[in-house]
Write a protein that binds this ligand. Structure first.
Ligand code: GDP
Length: 178
């Protein structure tokens, strides 16, 4: 079965692996060996409203360049159906975040901006700051506490093409089957 791939991108410590674990839960992550990669990748499967999604934490991707957030983001742009750009409400917006956002903007790929660690009330204005990234509406979540994750999954489903179209495209060989 073809599962649309959702990639988690963002600089270290924004909470990618915490969100990955929340989405994938106790279900074992799948190692997909891809030719040309220096490492196998860890994918997980999550299910929401009857639809299965593959999730990859790009921190585990080392196929291009130096493993930097920018290099990981390029892999996500190439392969993912939807990209979640994670940002840290506690830390605010950093130059590294801006660089990744710029790459994503140029790619034209579907992106959801995620203000993670929203359990921290210290920066109520952060969401408005993130709108200036020009990547659309911001989802406020706490991956650690599970706040806002259901709404985020709903947004992902809304952005996805219908399941049949994903199947057709995969038949054309454009996407990897997971
Ligand atoms: P990654 O490097 O992007 O994969 O980030 P991690 O998932 O390893 O998280 C980095 C740190 O942020 C860890 O100490 C997590 O416990 C913490 N963290 C992750 N998500 C949240 C959250 O929603 N709220 C808070 N307060 N801390 C979080």
């Amino acid at each position: 079965m073809m599962r649309p791939l959702v990639a988690l991108v963002g600089r270290p410590n924004v909470g990618k692996s915490t969100l990955f674990n929340r989405l994938v839960g106790h279900r074992q992550a799948i190692v997909a060996a891809q030719p040309g990669l220096t490492r196998d990748r860890l994918y997980g499967i999550t299910e929401w409203r009857g639809r299965e999604l593959a999730v990859v934490d790009t921190a585990g991707l080392q196929s291009e360049g130096d493993g930097s957030p920018q290099a990981q983001t390029r892999v996500a742009i190439k392969e993912a159906e939807i990209i979640l750009l994670l940002l840290d409400t506690r830390a605010g917006l950093t130059p590294a975040d801006q660089d990744v956002a710029a790459l994503l903007r140029r790619s034209g790929r579907p992106v959801i901006v995620v203000a993670n660690k929203a359990d921290d009330r210290g920066r109520a204005y952060f969401e408005h700051e993130l709108l200036e990234l020009g990547l659309g509406a911001v989802s406020r979540i706490s991956g650690q506490h599970g706040i806002g994750v259901d709404d985020l999954l709903d947004r992902i489903l809304e952005l996805l093409p219908p399941a049949e179209e994903v199947e057709e495209r995969s038949a054309g060989g454009a996407k990897i089957a997971i």
